[in-house]
Structure formats: structure tokens, C-alpha cells
Design a protein. Structure first.
Length: 229
């Protein structure tokens, strides 16, 4: 589900317009296309289909193509299976991530569908021209195969400094199931650069509060001193 598929067919007689439908266990599910032009200039012999989410994963699905004007003229596909959508969402690294060479970093992701093992690679966007990516290069294979448990501890090697690294995560058995992270930075940096967002403002406010307490305390001491006279 969620994938693109091209339904292909041939005409054996004149059929001007067609309906393309999905059936499950020989029962109608929904129209993929209605009144699709199917003759002369308009005849293409195929129908693009984006398999929608929400279908029940199962066998015994079929495609039925009817003549729009005569439902007795039709073609029925063999049964096929629709499986659960499989995919990944990379949680870390993100665009603001900074990673030091020769350190450890935890790659995190979530997944949908049945995926047993994943392959993890490090890539770089090497060159842009007029805003378009001209070349990408794989830098290293981080893991040939690791369990799809949502986490991997990466021993980061000594790598050239760059802001254009990204992680690619893919199923080891399905080349169409993969995801890429945001681009992130690898290189030296000051540990203060990794402060928690908003942390510095808390330090600033805390300093002001501390100064206020000191001032108030001094004023109180001054008043007490005056009273003692």
C-alpha cells in the first residue's frame, strides 16, 4: 500500500471508454478509474494506480476492466496479494545534528510493516547546481544488516568535515523500502554548541535572579545595620 503500480492491458475489440475496478474475493471494492478514454489517440494500454492506504492486506485481489457502455465486455486479472505498507521514518539524525568524528552516535528510526533487518549507509550530497543535486556519493556502509529494532550505535570514524551528510536506511530484502535522513554536520565543534535549546536563556534568567537575591540581601543587611544604630 502507498506504492505506485502500472496496470497494463490490451484491447481485443473496439472499446471507447473503460472502468477500472478493484475486487476482493470477487466483490467490488472501489473504482480505480471511470470512463477512461481507451481508443485511438487516447489508447495507452495501461492505467497508473497508486495503491491507497486503508485496504486490508490480503490475497485474492483482482483488477476488473469493463467497457463503460457494455458491462458484459470485460477483462479480469489473476488474483494477487496486497501487503501492508512498509517504510521508515528516521528520527535521528536531524538537520541540526552535529556529530564528532571518532565518537559514538545513536541512530534512531521508526518503521511500519514487516521489516526484519535493515542496511544503514552514510552518504554525502557532493554538489548542487542551480539548486539541483548533481551528484551523491556513498561514503561508508555503517551496517550491512542489523535488526529493525529502531536503534543502532554507530562508531563514527574519522571523516572529513561537512554539512551535507545524510543517513540512508533500507530493508535488506526490499529495495523499494528505504528512507533518507535530513542532512547534518560531521566535524569538530564546541560542546556548548550542543546546548539544549533555550538552555542559555535559563542560565541568563537564573543569573538575574541570583543577582536580585544578592542585591535584596545586601539591602536588608544595610537596613538592619541602620536600625542597629
Amino acid at each position: 500500500m502507498g506504492n505506485y503500480y502500472d496496470i497494463k492491458f490490451e484491447n481485443s475489440e473496439y472499446v471507447h471508454e473503460i472502468n477500472v475496478s478493484l475486487y476482493h474475493n470477487d466483490e467490488f471494492v472501489y473504482y480505480i478509474e471511470t470512463q477512461r478514454n481507451n481508443w485511438g489517440y487516447w489508447y495507452e494500454g495501461h492505467c497508473p494506480w497508486v495503491i491507497p492506504y486503508g485496504l486490508t492486506p490480503s490475497t485474492n485481489y483482482s483488477i476488473v476492466i469493463f467497457d463503460y457502455e457494455n458491462s458484459n465486455t470485460k477483462g479480469v486479472s489473476d488474483y494477487f496479494e496486497i501487503t501492508e505498507h512498509r517504510g521508515f521514518n528516521i528520527i535521528n539524525p536531524i538537520e541540526t545534528t552535529k556529530i564528532k568524528p571518532n565518537s559514538q552516535y545513536v541512530i534512531n528510526w521508526s518503521s511500519t510493516g514487516q521489516v526484519d533487518n535493515v542496511r544503514i549507509e552514510l552518504w554525502r550530497d557532493m554538489h548542487y547546481e542551480d539548486g539541483l543535486l548533481i551528484s551523491m556519493d556513498i561514503i561508508i556502509i555503517i551496517s550491512v544488516s542489523t535488526p529493525n529494532d529502531g536503534s543502532f550505535i554507530w562508531d563514527v570514524p574519522d571523516l572529513p568535515t561537512g554539512y551535507d551528510y545524510f543517513i540512508e536506511l533500507a530493508s535488506t530484502t526490499d529495495s523499494g523500502c528505504w528512507a533518507r535522513s535530513d542532512e547534518f554536520y560531521i566535524g569538530p565543534f564546541n560542546s556548548n554548541d550542543m546546548a539544549i535549546p533555550g538552555y542559555n536563556i535559563f542560565i541568563f534568567l537564573g543569573s538575574i535572579l541570583l543577582m536580585s537575591i544578592v542585591i535584596i540581601t545586601r539591602k536588608k543587611k544595610s537596613r538592619l545595620h541602620i536600625v542597629s544604630i
